[in-house]
Design a protein around this ligand. Structure first.
Ligand code: HXC
Length: 255
């Protein structure tokens, strides 16, 4: 049985973590299967947006503790979890985390590594690694500090405290909070809106926004300008502007 179920819904790729017996803990197989699915969709022009989901009760309870317990330093260097994060970061298609239930440790980091997070009112986020004698290793310290500011990131990482979806929303960690039964539908709805946008401009826009985390304001503004100029070179922008002038709906072709 696959640990990640994949499904195409129109222009949206839906990857569902599928290890219910282990609360969707991220085993080496999950890391491998998820990275493979993301890369395949990223190379498929029909897939315009990707949703990564868990189940109602748990998004993912973190990296697999049973697997980690038996790994030494060398084994960790070679583990699929080490290779996973850069592979995910290289995906140019927008990624939405659809979170219901627990998103803990590596599960929280998986959601944070997505471009947007839609959370059920029953979602809970946290970095409990400290309780196991380790620290986050999938980007948690860096992404939380950038998103929430140092003080709040420090508290979550040092205490391991879990926060509710509403707290996460107030802190700016999630894009929106949905009713308990609507988290997947609202995630897919958001993905479909993005999927209708001109795909080249979408990828350029994602790259531009992500540059804000990587560089100075002047450097980021300069990158944005180059990416804007690239967008100006696409056929889709000619179509988009012509359609506006002719008062009709644009037909974007990803060129
Ligand atoms: C392996 C896990 C697991 C995990 C749960 N299970 N979380 N197995 N790795 N991260 C397994 C349990 O061992 C148990 O298996 C079954 O799932 C059900 O778990 P329970 O604890 O009985 O369920 P529940 O009472 O509902 O509590 C759910 C929970 C709790 C709050 C999510 O399981 C929990 O605290 N899990 C650990 C969370 C955590 O510490 N995450 C951080 C991991 S470190 P059996 O066989 O007994 O039924 C990490 C580092 C990231 O993520 C580094 C970068 C990748």
């Amino acid at each position: 049985m696959s640990t990640v179920l994949t499904e195409i819904r129109g222009p949206v790729g839906l990857a569902t973590l599928n290890r219910p017996d282990a609360r969707n803990a991220l085993s080496p197989e999950v890391f491998k299967e998820l990275a493979t699915a993301l890369e395949a969709w990223d190379g498929d022009p029909e897939v315009r947006c990707i949703v990564i989901a868990g189940g109602d009760e748990w998004f993912a309870a973190g990296a697999d503790i049973r697997d980690m317990a038996s790994r030494g330093f060398q084994d960790m260097l070679d583990s699929p979890s080490t290779g996973f994060w850069p592979r995910m970061a290289a995906v140019r298609t927008p990624l939405i985390a659809a979170v219901s239930g627990y998103a803990l440790g590596g599960g929280c980091e998986l959601a944070l590594a997505c471009d947007m997070i839609v959370a059920s009112e029953r979602a809970e986020f946290g970095q409990p690694e400290i309780l196991l004698g380790i620290i986050p290793g999938g980007g948690g310290t860096q992404r939380l500090a950038r998103l929430l500011g140092k003080q709040r990131a420090m508290e979550l990482v040092l205490t391991g405290r879990r926060i509710t979806a509403l707290e996460a929303e107030a802190m700016g960690l999630v894009n929106r909070v949905t009713k308990a039964r609507d988290w997947l539908k609202e995630s897919l709805d958001l993905a479909e809106v993005i999927a209708r946008r001109p795909p080249l401009a979408v990828r350029l826009a994602k790259q531009a926004v992500l540059a804000a985390d990587e560089t100075t304001l002047a450097g980021g503004l300069s990158q944005e300008r180059r990416l804007f100029e690239l967008a100006m070179a696409t056929e889709d922008r000619v179509e988009g502007m012509q359609a506006f002038i002719e008062k009709r709906k644009p037909e974007f072709r990803g060129r």
